[in-house]
Write a protein of this length. Structure first.
Ligand SMILES: Cc1cc2nc3c(=O)[nH]c(=O)nc-3n(C[C@H](O)[C@H](O)[C@H](O)COP(=O)(O)OP(=O)(O)OC[C@H]3O[C@@H](n4cnc5c(N)ncnc54)[C@H](O)[C@@H]3O)c2cc1C
Ligand SMILES: C[S@@+](CC[C@H](N)C(=O)[O-])C[C@H]1O[C@@H](n2cnc3c(N)ncnc32)[C@H](O)[C@@H]1O
Length: 709
């Protein structure tokens, strides 16, 4: 690994390409070509698509012969392919095209792929010009191609029916992040699994380190019963390695001039013996990974969902589920959606970077990059329209010594990321902002503001979403109807309880009122924004400015100036002294921007309650059974390192999505995708480290370790 990667966790070495005959990409790192322009697409179709029998398997999804063994869900077809070596994405594009031609609209394709040396966007564009017949698909891939930062990037196409999980980093490390625990017991199978493998990482002779036993072990642990595998190589070591992990392998005639290739099928019965007798490779035993408590069960069957709470968390979750075919009911106690914290007219889509390593910053970055893509997609689909947002960019001012030091550190870490973050001097800040400004800054050109109430209303317009307003949920009860158990949501309303197969608690701090979630350590932070009339100076403001607070470009001659922070205060009346605090906070930085005639008593604004957690991470995932955790993991009180193999007990079909603090616009999109994928038993869009860091059970585990419960 180049030295740089070790120093800078945000750096990944891009592919060094040479172009043979002008258009054949060749990787200098491996001295090998990605494909031949004569027949590369045909080779992909022959080796990977045909030898995994994809067309035949996907056509069955259309008929009555839908076999739930071929899917992660018993209700609908969800098919997962995993690949080593994304390269130019040719395999993905060919598989996606075939999927579009063969699978029904109700089906969902997940394509998980790993890449250690990703192509730059420019190189990707050039490489894919070789395939005009794939232009319809490659254009969409290029549009969404993420910045080159290590980790899990989710790209969603066709209304979320095709999801590309692009895992930037070494194949073994990336695939390992898809396992929910290190336990090898086959009875503890993952909720999602892989149905077909594409092994495509340059020839073993040129890239021996990729083709290793650890990889084959990981494949076995991630495979569905009867998962298939195909690879262009016929090398004996590869065949033996896969056979040793439970794959029945055979040689098949190779493509073109190549004599042989390998294909095979996972034999899950055989695997019982092989995997349970092995131990995980030492490189897998990293901190926070061996956590059987975080192993979450498969979601029970059903297709109806109830979401409690109609703010950003609830509505984005409802929309993600509706896109996946769930019938969703949003239960909201207020007169309309987004009247709680999500009710401000302009919410900032922004992030706060930090040089500190750790899950919080990893989540902050992943959620921000995903949110940029999520909202642009909604704009392109006309779901949010011109007057509801402005991606005008956000400038974070370097207005204190502390910020100056921070921005210097960030600049050295993110110097190669100018596509989405830049460090600009004072004159550039003034130019970008459209008004004179006294500081340098950190510039996020793709950020901006969105109206959360408009967003919620538009998302809830989905035909599969029904909204019940003026309906307060008071109690959740699991009832055992035939043929399967369901949830009853008892409400304060004349109509009877709502019944659903699954429930998502998304009512922010009020999650404390349900027996199942009352133990969660949720905190309230009051905040007030001020609607500040424009001054002569600020009228021309073109971007959002962040200092201690923020100032938005004006709409209807008013800026949103925010916001106060008051821990534990739960009163939401508007206060004149809070307007004063907002105004003073701006005066500290840019006094000349304020008009001399502000009458605090005449200012309007809005107050709300943020909901936050002790570690500042949201709480997202299946809801654990608190009392059972106290029993099962009692041993942690005496020995924090005790290895307790009991898997965690979770309420079947009960999920939660709360604790979005002061950045709900940024954090809710990825959390909604995470929840919807978990609910569908599909691959999660975040690595397991983050799944554990978001898991509601983390607090009781920590409290047991500290002997606090
Ligand atoms: C002053 C202020 C400024 C902010 N600025 C920004 C910003 O610029 N950018 C940003 O990203 N974030 C900002 N935030 C934070 C952001 O608003 C929150 O992170 C986000 O709104 C949280 O959404 P939520 O859905 O979790 O909560 P809420 O929006 O509070 O939604 C919870 C909903 O649940 C409903 N409910 C509660 N109990 C029940 C029940 N029992 N039954 C039925 N319904 C129930 C409530 O009525 C409410 O509608 C700000 C917050 C405040 C207070
Ligand atoms: C033959 S190319 C893949 C071609 C690709 N599937 C396509 O459709 O264009 C092999 C890819 O594997 C990647 N690779 C090599 N070693 C790797 C590793 N250890 N982990 C992840 N990717 C790796 C290379 O960088 C290269 O992009």
């Amino acid at each position: 690994m180049p030295e740089n990667d070790q120093i800078n966790p945000y750096h990944i070495t891009p592919a060094q390409l040479q172009w043979q005959d002008n258009d054949v990409p060749c990787a200098s790192q491996f001295d090998d070509i990605y494909f031949s322009t004569n027949n590369g697409l045909k080779e992909t179709e022959y080796v990977f698509l045909r030898h995994n029998q994809l067309a035949e398997r996907w056509q069955l999804f259309k008929s009555d012969e839908f076999n739930s063994e071929e899917s992660n869900s018993e209700e609908k077809p969800i098919f997962t392919i995993a690949e080593t070596g994304f390269g130019t994405g040719l395999n993905f594009l060919a598989a996606w095209r075939l999927w579009s031609q063969t699978a029904p609209l109700s089906a969902q394709l997940h394509f998980i792929t790993t890449e250690k040396y990703p192509l730059t966007k420019q190189d990707l564009k050039r490489a894919l010009t070789a395939w005009p017949e794939l232009a319809e698909w490659s254009k969409q891939l290029i549009d969404q191609y993420p910045p080159l930062i290590p980790g899990h990037h989710l790209l969603a196409f066709n209304d979320n029916r095709v999801q590309l999980h692009l895992l930037l980093g070494d194949a073994n490390n990336s695939l390992q992040q898809l396992l929910t625990t290190d336990r090898l017991d086959v009875n503890l199978r993952q909720a999602f699994s892989v149905n077909a493998w594409f092994l495509d990482g340059f020839a073993p002779a040129k890239n021996a380190s990729l083709w290793n036993d650890e990889l084959y072990q990981l494949m076995a642990r991630l495979s569905a019963p009867n998962a298939t595998v195909a690879t262009f190589t016929a090398v004996g070591d590869v065949r033996r390695g896969l056979t040793a992990c439970g794959f029945d392998m055979r040689k098949a005639p190779g493509f073109g001039q190549k004599r042989d290739m390998l294909c095979g099928r996972f034999n899950s019965n055989d695997n019982t013996v092989r995997l349970s007798s092995s131990t995980p490779p030492s490189s897998h035993r990293t901190k926070g990974i061996k956590a059987p408590w975080a192993h979450t069960p498969k979601t029970p069957t059903g297709r109806t969902a109830a979401i409690i709470g109609g703010g950003l968390a609830g509505v984005t979750t409802a929309y993600a589920l509706a896109q996946r075919g769930w019938q969703v009911t949003i239960i909201e106690r207020d007169t309309k959606l987004a009247q709680g914290a999500s009710g401000n007219p302009q919410g900032m889509l922004y992030t706060k970077l930090s040089p500190e390593p750790g899950v919080l910053n990893q989540f902050t970055l992943s959620s921000y990059l995903y949110a940029l893509h999520y909202y642009r997609q909604l704009v392109s689909e006309n779901i949010i329209t011109q007057e509801m947002f402005d991606f005008c960019g956000v400038l974070q001012l370097t207005h204190t010594e502390k910020e100056q030091k921070l921005h210097q550190q960030l600049q050295s870490l993110f110097s190669s990321q100018s596509e989405w973050v830049q460090f600009v001097d004072r004159s550039q800040v003034s130019k970008i902002a459209g008004i004179a400004c006294d500081y340098a800054g950190c510039w996020f050109p793709q950020a901006g503001w969105i109206s959360p109430p408009d967003l919620c209303r538009q998302l809830a317009n989905h035909p599969l979403i029904k909204t019940l307003t003026l309906t307060e949920a008071i109690r959740l009860e699991r009832v055992h109807h035939q043929p399967q158990a369901q949830w009853q949501i008892h409400t304060v309303s004349e109509e009877g309880p709502t019944i659903a197969d699954i429930v998502v608690i998304a009512n922010s701090r009020d999650a404390k009122h349900f027996q199942q979630s009352q133990q969660l350590p949720l905190k309230s932070i009051r905040g007030q924004i001020t609607l500040l009339p424009t001054s002569r100076e600020t009228e021309q403001l073109k971007t959002v400015i962040c200092h201690e607070g923020y100032l938005t470009p004006a709409i209807n001659h008013h800026h949103s100036l925010g916001a106060t922070f008051d821990n534990g205060d739960t009163n939401i009346e508007i206060r004149v002294e809070d307007h004063q605090r907002n105004v003073e906070s701006l005066r500290q930085v840019q006094p000349q921007w304020l008009s001399s005639t502000i009458n605090l008593n005449e200012l309007e604004g809005r107050a709300g309650l943020r909901c936050t957690t002790p570690d500042y991470m949201p709480i997202v995932g299946p809801l654990h059974q608190h009392e059972q955790f106290l029993v099962d993991y009692a041993g942690l009180r005496k020995n924090a390192h005790r290895n307790i193999e009991t898997p965690g007990s979770y309420y079947p079909g009960l999920f939660i999505n709360v604790g979005h603090g002061s950045r709900g616009l940024t954090s809710t999109p990825i959390c909604s995708q995470l929840l919807a994928n978990l609910i569908d038993n599909a691959p999660p869009p975040l690595p397991r480290q983050l799944l554990q860091a978001l898991n509601p059970a983390r607090f009781v585990i920590r409290d047991l370790i500290r002997n606090k419960v």
